[in-house]
Design a protein around this ligand. Sequence first.
Ligand code: CA2
Length: 153
Amino acid sequence: MAKPALILLVNGPNLNLLGTRKPEVYGRTTLSEIEADVAAAANAEGAAVLCFQSNHEGAIIDFLHDQRANAAGAVMNAGAYTHTSVALRDAIEAIEIPVVEVHISNTHRREEFRHRSLIAGACVGQVTGLGKHGYTVATSLLLGILRGRAEGR
Ligand code: CA2
């Protein structure tokens, strides 16, 4: 039997605090619960998930480099690095696997500095403002894109 496709779930700075602070913005669901939801959604479609969270820009970039040969794609909430990190954008371009950008809050309804994503141009798409559901939506989208590519669509 073929090995299931591996997708990466990457979360950036402060997202380890999900469910413990600022529930009015980020909800009450913890990161572990989100990771379990994504794993269940991916497993149901025959894919496996490797989860990673870091508060350090370089650690996220190293993780992407290390996993690029193993993974078919990634779902990523880069947190505040979304708005600041050219290095992360370059890493997403460099790994040449499709990455779907996710945000829990609707970044366009928030402060001006959150309206611009430096990584968006390197990602295949963006899901923003759907709360925790954005992660499973992004996972399904990514798996659909991967299936389409495998079938030459
Ligand atoms: O809405 C999102 O998912 C964000 O990526 C979250 C980032 C923010 O900088 C982006 O503009 C939008 C911040 C994550 C902070 O996470 C916390 C979780 C719990 C308590 C405090 C912060």
